[in-house]
Design a protein around this ligand. Structure first.
Ligand SMILES: CC(C)(COP(=O)(O)OP(=O)(O)OC[C@H]1O[C@@H](n2cnc3c(N)ncnc32)[C@H](O)[C@@H]1OP(=O)(O)O)[C@@H](O)C(=O)NCCC(=O)NCCS
Length: 334
């Protein structure tokens, strides 16, 4: 039996000031605004300043989530930062964020599941709250993914952007638990399809690695595309089955924002009307683990979420990893 339930009491997000448009990219690689819009749906993306680390982006999003939750940083007893672009190999990015916030009562760790990271982190935090081990958690997806981008590779440089999103989770009664169903999956046999080869223990940073551009993100776009659609559809179906919900009951489907064509294919296969599928990638590109919490915050602050709304978040990313989380929005009555 569950001791507690978990609920969301605040959301926040942040994207860096600098905007890189498709027209800017036309000056950098052999591409065009038409190609990028038609093949991906992206028009512009935000890029962090050189001195901004991932924890700086996380800090802005976290401050805003804490303010909405009406709680102080030292009310937080757990911080999880989902990221694949950490400030350093160690200490973990959540520790840097903790210091910036002054959240000195929190246990801190980072979670590395690429674009699925936030959905994974949410499930981990909700589970820890349900056991009673933690009472108030800050869950952040934050990425300075531009650190991995080869600005001479047109296959990848048009796709990504930087940003951060955060939620504050709080313990509640089991009856008020908003998380109806969740799943997480992975298939490491596809690791090479989307990866940064150098910089870890397998290939530590070296002059040879840098000369061979191994510190940059490599991707087999077409393969990833097909796998992304299937994994997101299956993951989403599985949580709806578990919760006993039909896709027609969803107020919002929030899919990971990598490509409009992927999102449309997922929406269609799940039979979710376009009006209920949230999309913002035209302005942000793929911000990896930051994508879903940024979307959630925009819906929340835009007044598009009402108490009782069913919201299904579904993600896919390097690993390969995938995951979905279905919740009933807590908010106040309209
Ligand atoms: C990357 C992606 C946009 C490419 O679109 P696509 O329709 O699959 O395009 P293709 O890979 O078939 O490439 C078509 C052509 O466009 C070219 N091309 C690639 N990037 C280009 C760009 N930025 N501008 C112009 N042409 C480009 C390719 O070189 C290729 O040319 P060729 O046929 O002469 O070799 C798409 O495959 C995709 O979004 N994949 C999933 C990526 C993803 O989701 N990643 C993150 C997962 S979390």
């Amino acid at each position: 039996m569950k001791q507690f339930g978990a609920t969301i009491v605040g959301t926040g997000s942040y994207t860096p000031e600098r905007i890189l448009t498709n027209h800017d990219l036309e000056q950098m690689v052999d591409t065009s605004d038409e190609w990028i819009q038609a093949r991906t749906g992206i028009r512009e993306r935000h890029i962090a300043a050189p001195q901004q680390a991932t924890s700086d982006l996380a800090f802005e999003a976290a401050k805003s989530a804490l303010a909405q939750a009406g709680c102080r940083a030292d009310d937080i007893d757990l911080i999880i930062v989902a990221t694949i672009s950490p400030d350093r190999p160690f200490p973990n990015t959540a520790c840097f964020l903790q210091k910036k916030l002054g959240a000195d009562q929190a246990a801190c760790f980072s979670l590395e599941a690429a674009c699925s990271g936030f959905v994974y982190a949410l499930q981990v935090a909700a589970s820890l709250i349900r056991t009673g081990a933690h009472r108030r958690a800050l869950v952040v997806g934050a990425e300075k993914i531009s650190m991995f981008v080869d600005w001479q590779d047109r296959n990848t440089c048009v796709l990504f952007g930087d940003g951060a999103g955060a939620v504050v989770l709080e313990a509640t009664t089991p009856e008020s638990d908003i998380f109806l169903a969740a799943n997480m999956g992975a298939d490491g046999s596809y690791a090479e399809l989307l990866t940064v080869p150098a910089g870890g223990s397998q290939m530590p940073p070296s002059r040879q690695a840098i000369e061979a551009k191994k510190q940059y993100l490599k991707m087999e776009g077409r393969e990833v595309f097909k796998l992304a659609v299937n994994a997101m559809v299956e993951s989403a179906k599985s949580v709806m089955r578990e919760a006993g919900l039909e896709s027609s009951q969803l107020r919002w489907l929030i899919p990971h924002q990598a490509n409009t064509r992927i999102i449309q294919a997922v929406g269609k296969r799940l039979a979710v009307p376009e009006a209920n599928v949230f999309m913002n990638l035209d302005k942000y590109g793929n911000t990896s683990a930051a994508t879903i919490p940024i979307c959630l915050d925009q819906l929340n602050r835009g007044g598009h979420l009402t108490r009782g709304d069913y919201v299904l978040m579904v993600a896919f990313g390097g690993g390969l990893t995938w995951g979905a989380s279905l919740l009933r929005w807590p908010g106040t009555e309209p």
